[in-house]
Design a protein around this ligand. Structure first.
Ligand code: ADP
Length: 163
């Protein structure tokens, strides 16, 4: 059984993230999406629990995809869940430096046991970022091209509650 871990903050999960999940699930038996509590990032839009719940909704009918919460180092989670590798996505060169650095950290922290695999976003998804989606949303622009309706509706509800 080839299982991989896809860690991220997913605030919120976009169609770009989902494109990476679908590419990974074509090549591996199981993809575990790990919603990470990311201490280095500022206040998220959705709480940890809300992000988890939303992603669970998106994948509730897909057996190959599991969703878990994670804190600490993604590499420890990958080892704990007996994953063959960590999955990350690349939109373009702007992601490259950071992702290569992260891969090396993960190798170092696992004594070279945990490698990473990278999937390149398909052309329709290369310019989507969670930050961009939030900016468009707060400018009252349509985000339907970038997120699933369930995510858009949750964002509308969250904004209403924040008022
Ligand atoms: P982070 O883990 O850095 O907090 P995210 O949760 O936004 O970042 O993203 C998780 C992973 O998905 C990262 O590897 C990121 O490069 C990748 N990713 C984000 N958006 C896209 C996209 N539109 N297409 C492909 N990969 C993406």
């Amino acid at each position: 059984m080839r299982r991989v871990l896809y860690p991220g903050s997913f605030d919120p999960m976009t169609k770009g993230h989902m494109n990476i999940v679908s590419q990974a699930s074509e090549l591996f038996d199981e993809v575990i999406i790990a919603v990470m509590r990311n201490r280095s990032k500022k206040e998220p839009f959705f709480s940890f629990e809300e992000r988890l719940e939303l992603i669970q909704k998106l994948y509730e009918h897909i057996d190959k995809v599991k969703v878990i919460m994670g804190s600490g180092a993604a590499v420890d989670l990958a080892i704990l869940h007996q994953c063959s590798a960590i999955v990350r996505g690349l939109r373009g060169l702007s992601d490259y430096d950071y992702e290569v650095q992260l891969r090396q950290f993960n190798k170092d922290f696992s004594d070279d046991a945990m490698n990473s695999v990278f999937f390149v976003a398909d052309k329709d998804y290369q310019f989507i970022s969670s930050t961009g989606v939030k900016e468009a949303f707060f400018l009252d622009k349509s985000i339907d091209k970038y997120v699933e309706p369930v995510v858009r509706d949750a964002m509308i509800e969250k904004k209403r509650l924040l008022r």
